[in-house]
Write a protein that binds this ligand. Structure first.
Ligand code: F6R
Length: 606
């Protein structure tokens, strides 16, 4: 959701900013822009389109800022691309977030004689800073004063031609400082921007301001301008992990990384038939005090909660709800001390999830999270965090983060069930053994890629699709439909298989492909009846079923076989064909798989 970068150091700043922006392009790719400072003058280059396809013509400099945009306010035009400059061209800013009161601020600035060149909410920030600078106060104070007038969310990097300093400031939008060689500095929306140059970082927190001047970084609370001491940490991700490594797309690479990332997520956490989660000891001690568990997340992360609601309830015998974070926040939810809220987020920065957890916490709930990005805002605001170890997920459509979330929640459920004495030790040990076997089964499923690719090719010209499953495979059907829509732009819907006959069956004709998840489990016979209903109406049936189910294979048009796992863990296997099907359909249709239209990774606006 917009990528911002700043660099201050000894190397060619504009070039480094451009390279870093290319690595952040998954956050937005409508337009881009860079401003560099040389000879006390700001030079700007802005373009509509993708930075990955662009060349730079800015002069060499030691300090520059840049932005790759995902439009919220104002169309995709060169004028609306960041950086935005003040009237006197002495201040430039890049912004990620939304300034909710920008219309009022803009009106006030217009009255004072400021002239705007675009329609974005962000442009007011440059003019506000310019206005504050007239008070002859230090640049950082001018930025802080301007920020205090903003409602909404922001991560801003501002550049001043008069002092040659750069300021980063944040509230409810991510911003991280990278400390490079010879005290050079990067400021960016996420670490992927500069992993090639440094792994030493300082994560800024809400209300933090960092001033970069020469080779020094100083930190302040922007509300009080009190100096702060910040902790430097080392990021474990490698820069190679953020490369395609020979795969055509990041999404495909990330799908194929799943067995390895599942192993990483389990590493050190499954010991001698037990789940060992030191980071959760405090919460697990209270396991018997909770009356309810609520999963909160958005999109794919929400579906992870919906899948594991079944497993958690089955193992722990506790009521579990899964809710869209965006809905939870706005309905004055009944939640309190007896509730354990589990937030799920790959990025740890999703604005809707963040708002929902703050609401839950304010009402007294215990808050834990399943997060991929270490030290992200959701992670920091949680009472305990269980990190998925999926590594950087660059493809906009989430894949490996999802399966790692399912694995992490399964481990948590087993630990919880043991503490609540809801399962026997031997049952827990057998679940642990099944978890350990998962990566091999995931690998076996990936080996079906040629079959899935051929099926994808056969249906790639269709304009609609239905995905059906029952029980914990219903959310997997939802995930299959979401993956297909977001990367191939084919309209797809998902529902519990039995619901089809209550209306959607009217859609079935020979043009309608219907994907069934039909594993031979307790709901199998019922799903089989639904398959018959579709066949009777000439619909095209594609099934995902367990190996050896030749009876079903003969009934339907296309079959994808998957290995059988412990029933409670089967969704972790079943989602892989959904991901591959969507990927190969989208690729066949010539879609830009890693950067689907209108989307961006990490939705940091509500
Ligand atoms: C879909 C997808 C999104 C995210 C959602 C939440 O493929 O990637 O639906 O799952 O925006 O993002 P996180 O997990 O970062 O909170």
């Amino acid at each position: 959701m917009c990528g911002i970068v700043g660099y201050s150091g000894n190397e060619d700043a504009a070039l480094l900013v451009m390279q870093s922006l290319k690595r952040l392009e998954y956050r937005g790719y409508d337009s881009w822009g860079i401003v560099s400072l040389s000879n006390n003058k700001l030079s700007s280059e802005k373009k509509v389109g993708r930075i990955s396809e662009a060349k730079l013509s800015l002069p060499k400099s030691k300090i520059a800022i840049g932005h790759t945009r995902w439009a919220t306010h104002g169309q995709v035009t060169k004028q609306n691309a960041h950086p935005h400059l003040g009237c006197k061209q002495k201040v430039a800013i890049v912004h990620n977030g939304i300034v909710e009161n920008y219309l009022t601020l803009r009106e006030g600035l217009l009255k004072k004689g400021h002239k705007f060149s675009g329609e974005t909410d962000s442009e007011v920030i440059a003019h506000l800073i310019e206005d504050e600078k007239k008070k002859a106060i230090p640049f950082e104070k001018a930025v802080a004063n301007a920020a205090s007038k903003l409602d909404g969310s922001f991560a801003v990097v501002a550049l001043d031609s008069e002092t040659g300093s750069m300021v980063g400031i944040r509230k409810n939008s991510p911003l991280v400082l990278g400390i490079g060689k010879g005290n050079s500095f990067f400021l960016a929306s996420d670490v992927n921007a500069f992993l090639k140059h440094t792994k030493k970082v300082i994560f800024l927190e809400d209300n933090d301001l960092v001033l970069l001047k020469g080779h020094h970084a100083s930190f302040f609370d922007f509300k009080s301008m009190k100096k702060l001491k910040k902790k430097e940490v080392e990021v474990k991700w490698s820069s190679e992990e953020a490369e395609k490594m020979g795969f055509k797309h990041f999404m495909l690479k990330e799908i194929f990384e799943q067995p390895e990332k599942a192993i990483a997520t389990m590493e050190g956490r499954l010991v001698a038939g037990k789940v060992v989660l030191p980071e959760f000891e405090k919460i697990l001690k209270k396991a018997n005090s909770f009356n309810r568990i609520i999963f909160l997340g958005c999109g794919t992360a929400f579906y992870a909660g919906l899948v594991q609601k079944y497993l958690f309830e089955e193992l722990c015998r506790i009521p579990v709800e899964a809710e869209y974070a965006s809905e939870f926040r706005y309905r004055n939810p009944v939640v309190g001390k007896k509730d354990l809220v589990i937030a799920i987020s790959q990025s740890g920065e999703t604005a809707d999830t963040l708002a929902a957890i703050r609401e839950a916490k304010a009402k007294g709930a215990t808050l834990v999270s399943i997060v991929n990005v270490v030290d992200s805002t959701i992670a920091r605001e949680s009472d305990s965090v269980l990190y998925t170890r999926a590594g950087p997920e660059i493809g906009v459509a989430s894949t490996k983060a999802f399966t790692c979330q399912l694995v992490a929640i399964a481990m948590l459920a087993i630990a919880f069930a043991v503490k609540r004495k809801a399962v026997s030790k031997s049952k827990a040990a057998s679940l642990v053994a099944s978890l350990k076997k998962l990566p091999v089964l995931m690998q076996e499923t990936l080996e079906e890629k040629a079959v899935i690719k051929a099926i994808a090719s056969k249906y790639s010209k269709k304009t609609n699709a239905l995905f059906l499953g029952r029980g914990h495979n219903y959310p997997i059907a939802l995930e299959g439909a979401l993956k297909l829509k977001e990367i191939s732009y084919i309209h797809a819907e998902a529902m519990p298989a039995a619901e089809m006959k209550h209306g959607p069956i009217a859609l079935i004709d020979k043009e309608m492909p219907v994907v069934f998840i039909a594993i031979r489990d307790q709901t199998y016979e019922k799903v089989l009846s639904n398959v018959e209903e579709v066949k009777a109406r000439a619909g095209k049936v594609i099934v995902v079923t367990d190996k050896g189910n030749t009876v079903l294979e003969e009934m339907v048009d296309d079959t994808i076989f998957v290995p059988k796992s412990e029933e409670l863990l089967q969704p972790i296997i079943n989602v892989i064909p959904m991901q591959l099907l969507a990927y190969y359909v989208a690729d066949k249709r010539g879609c830009d798989v890693d950067k689907p239209r209108n989307l961006a990774k990490s939705v940091t606006v509500e």
